[in-house]
Design a protein around this ligand. Sequence first.
Ligand SMILES: Cc1ncc(COP(=O)(O)O)c(C=O)c1O
Length: 322
Amino acid sequence: MHRSEINVDLGALRRNVRTLLRALDGSQLWAVVKADGYGHGAVDAAGAALGAGATALCVATIPEGLALRSEYRVERIVVLGPAGSNREIAQAREAGLELVIAHDEIPEGVRVHLKLDTGMARYGLAELPAPPAEVVGLMTHLATADADAEFARTQLERFTAATDEFRHLTRHAANSAATLRLPESHFDAVRCGGAIYGLSPFNTDPGEDGLEPVLSWQSYLAQVKQLSAGGSTGYGRRFVADEPTWIGIVPVGYGDGFSRDLTGTEVRVAGELRPIASYPWGRRSCYSATACCPRRTRGWRARSTTTSSAESRVDRCGRAVR
Ligand SMILES: Cc1ncc(COP(=O)(O)O)c(C=O)c1O
């Protein structure tokens, strides 16, 4: 076994897409594969999502869209972030990408989605102008679909009121949380990111919504030892055992992306979820998270696995992706 190994299960991604499609009543599912597919690999994630029934891809930047355009014939690749330089817009036009626009200047000869700000107060138009010919879609983005359904519904009401006379255009508003909890947000298409990777938008067990984590991270126990009551492990003695406790040394750290941001994460040791007792601490300590073991796990090859929970959204270089 490798010391530190990330596995991306594209079968799980496909199953997640199908699960989300079952929550829809005829609306399309667009797969959000920006930021290198939330760190899972955009090309592979996009291919799996399209294969499972997604009908469009969403990215953050024009270069991300161009990279996917050379891989896939899918008709619709939507660039969610602000359009780039004139040169990039020309490339987008050439490649048939669709741009999200939130200001009066609408580039010519490129398909456009107008983004209405209904409450997120980020990139978005305060008011919807009469859509010119380039406009193929109308959209908004919800601030609280995961936590405050009432505010999300207020946003949806504003969006519906502003767009109802333009029903001939593709209307879309939902992210993963709204797709799962707010059927009134589905309109013509939903834009799902986290959920297709098996991340719960609600910070709960993804299985509650029928989702499977796509990413797993495996290492092994490099050493197993027992602390006596009062014994401690790691820098600063931050973990002190109040009873005799077996601990296992997992040989991963900052260099592998296991940073303090993962505080609260559990690892699976010999099949059981176990807390992390000590984290790699301080920049010098590149290695060694320490997990409490269920017992004296035999041998030094016991596997530990972290799954892609909301707390462990790291890409392959260990950068947080959101
Ligand atoms: C405009 C827009 N729509 C949809 C999404 C997908 O959100 P989620 O990952 O919560 O599904 C994002 C991601 O940030 C986004 O920026």
